[in-house]
Design a protein around this ligand. Structure first.
Ligand code: FES
Length: 663
């Protein structure tokens, strides 16, 4: 657990919150603590509604035109523009707590707002990289009458002597210029060497010590999004990253549609070209941002689900979707990246993460590698929520996997204002129980333009807890009389999170009933897959010691909210952590450590995959999970109690506040 740095007390409720880092944003802290502060521009500082008064304590805040000189002197600040630098006492004035300035008291939510801690491959960060293609600095003894072996022989001797690399051969292109490079470099050179299963090979020789000038790329080939990261392969430092929607999306949102397209004449080629086109766009962004030359890249590690891997490599994918669901291969040969059309120099080699089965691919192998669940004793559940939901359960002794056709809802697909976790995505949401007004923050604290996975989890959980939607995800129509945000829009009933004027769009940002249906199906599919997998090995949710969620949700996943909607089982929230894009992280680790490539291959061979489509209990589990949080409320006792409390609370508010909008 991180150590507490400061405490913030919010008045008049007296809710105190521990803060773990200097410079933490005051609005975010209020949001996590369940203290309502009006905030309708995502924290971009433009709506001016999040005014609070700092009564005591050290802080730093941007000056805003929304605050008069007089107010500034009195200690008023915009919470979204204030950083916490010491213990604070903060008053949330009535006008910042309630849209219309009525009602006396905010209810500090006594709920477990546990933000999943980001998982770090911490131990590896301190180990110097030892990639499969590595640069070695060598000082060679110049030839003489007594020692006139070939230049390549001399280089081989030096590698053996200094680095124990034996039987090294030379790449033809490298040999063409080797004599000049050795002499111009006065026998002090850097050799780029591939140490692989098929022998060791010098790929390139440069003058002087060029070890630090070496880069590798990690690429996550997602069905929806392709991410790339450039890393320094000598220091391990992350240099730049970028992401783009996969251009294959126009040929189908899911892998099945793409396979159908791929088996049509010219289909496979078209899909392959689109994946490569997106990769090239993402790489361009990475190189532009970093100003690193492509010539300095030595290798690429790519990870994707089995279909994406086969489509990228141009391998006929038809049999992936036909029983008994057989992939072409689980291990793929190393090949020059350029052969696929990837815009990298000729010598750059590409390695593809090994797959497990037709629907559990290299992205999951990479994910397990990143989480290191294959090295520990703890019974771990790893779920990667992308376009599909893939799940692995196990530890160092055994692992089982399954794939649930979840749909890309948490990645923004099939949700009206859904978007991936990038600038402008609403990622945290709270709704005031008293007036049903929202409070939210966006990634980058800019005006919102959509909502990402973690924002959707929060939003649905809050809508349910506030009684705005029922447990089957339908809007309580009568609440439209209470707050205009609950309304019938063009696409059905919806809750307006952000007015057009506060957003980057020309229309209101809302979450609709069809969106909620879609998200319920997605979470049901994932939860039921976990449930079936556990049952198949004679275990239950309470046996789990660790849960790792991965996927492009956004930085802040509220574990309690994920349980409230039934995406996660009701367990101790402290065992849950967030892995982020573990596929990309696993590729990065494999790009930096040769030993991890071997480990990835062991992981892929040790996982036993279970086909959910042939499971007799899957459908029964899925239907049971199509409810918020679940039809078996006995499995969610805390949520069941809170739902009751919430109902009682709303009744009390109605009685105690005759002027309440919740009449
Ligand atoms: Fe702070 Fe809008 S000004 S949330």
């Amino acid at each position: 657990m991180p150590t507490k740095k400061h405490t913030v007390r919010f008045e008049p409720d007296g809710v105190s919150v521990d803060v773990f880092a200097d410079g933490e944003n005051l609005l975010r802290v209020a949001l996590v603590a369940g203290v309502h502060v009006n905030a309708s521009c995502g924290g971009s500082g433009t709506c001016g509604k999040c005014k609070v008064k700092i009564l005591e304590g050290e802080h730093e805040a941007d000056r805003s035109s929304k605050i008069s000189d007089e107010q500034w002197q009195e200690g008023f600040r915009l919470a979204c523009r204030a950083k916490i630098l010491g213990d604070l006492v903060v008053e949330v004035p009535i006008e910042s707590r309630h849209e219309k300035g009525v009602l006396a008291r905010i209810r500090g939510d006594k709920q477990d707002h546990v933000l999943a801690q980001k998982l770090l491959s911490a131990e590896l960060e301190t180990v110097p990289p030892e990639p499969i293609i590595r640069k070695y600095y060598l000082e060679l003894t110049p030839p003489s009458d007594a020692d006139n072996i070939s230049d390549m022989g001399r280089l081989g001797q030096a590698l053996k002597r200094a680095h124990r690399i034996e039987s090294v051969g030379g790449e033809f292109e490298m040999l063409k210029t080797l004599p000049q490079v050795l002499r111009e470099g006065e026998w002090k050179v850097t050799a780029t060497v591939l140490t692989g299963r098929c022998g060791n090979k010098v790929l390139k020789v440069e003058k002087g010590d060029a070890r630090e000038e070496t880069y590798a790329l990690a690429i996550d080939i997602g069905t929806t999004t392709i991410h790339a990261q450039l890393i320094n392969a000598f220091t391990g430092k992350k240099i730049a990253k970028a992401a783009e929607y996969n251009a294959q999306m126009s040929m189908g949102e899911d892998v099945i549609t793409r396979i159908v397209h791929a088996v049509k004449p010219g289909g496979l080629e078209a899909l392959q070209k689109r994946a490569v086109k997106t990769i090239n766009e993402v790489l361009k962004e990475v190189f532009d941002k970093s100003e690193i030359k492509r010539e300095l890249v030595t290798h690429v590690v790519m990870g994707g689900n089995t279909t994406m891997t086969q489509l990228l490599l141009g391998i006929y994918p038809k049999y992936i979707r036909e029983a008994p669901y057989v992939p072409a291969a689980n291990l793929f040969p190393v090949f020059p990246a350029r052969e696929l059309g990837i815009d990298l120099p000729a010598g750059v080699l590409a390695y593809t993460m090994p797959c497990v089965a037709s629907y559990v691919g290299g992205d999951i192998t990479a994910g397990v590698l990143a989480t290191q669940m294959h090295l520990g004793d703890e019974l771990t559940l790893f779920m990667d929520v992308g376009t599909n939901g893939e799940i692995v359960i196990g530890n160092k002794d055994w692992m089982v996997s399954a794939s649930a056709s979840a749909g890309p809802a948490f990645e923004g697909g099939g949700v009206k204002f859904g978007m991936r976790a990038s600038y402008g995505a609403i990622e945290q949401v709270r709704i005031n129980p008293l007036d049903l007004e929202p409070m939210f923050m966006t990634i980058g604290q800019v005006k919102p333009k959509g909502i990402c996975g973690s924002g959707m989890i929060d939003c649905i959980a809050e809508l349910q807890q506030r009684g705005i939607i029922t447990q089957n995800g339908k809007f309580n129509r009568e609440l439209s009389a209470v707050n205009w945000r609950i309304r019938e829009g063009e696409g059905g009933w919806e809750y307006v999170l952000c007015k057009a004027e506060d957003s980057q769009l020309e229309e209101d940002i809302a979450i609709t009933e069809p969106d909620i249906d879609n998200l319920i199906r997605t979470k049901a599919s994932i939860y039921s897959a976990c449930s079936v997998l556990l049952r198949s090995v004679g275990l239950q949710f309470t046996d789990l010691q660790k849960i790792i969620i991965a996927g492009g949700f956004g930085q802040y996943i509220d574990v309690g909210k994920a349980m409230t909607i039934g995406l996660l089982p009701e367990v101790d929230p402290n065992i849950v952590s967030y892995g982020g894009n573990t596929s990309l992280e696993g590729c990065r680790i494999a790009a930096l450590y040769k030993g991890k490539v071997e480990e990835a291959e062991q992981i892929a061979s040790m996982i036993t995959n279970i086909e959910l489509s042939v499971s007799a209990i899957y459908m029964e589990e899925y239907v049971a999970a199509l409810f918020l949080p679940h039809t078996r409320m006995e499995d969610f006792p805390i949520r069941a109690r809170r739902l009751e409390e919430s109902k009682k609370f709303l009744d009390e508010v109605r009685k105690a506040n005759p002027s309440s909008v919740l009449k």
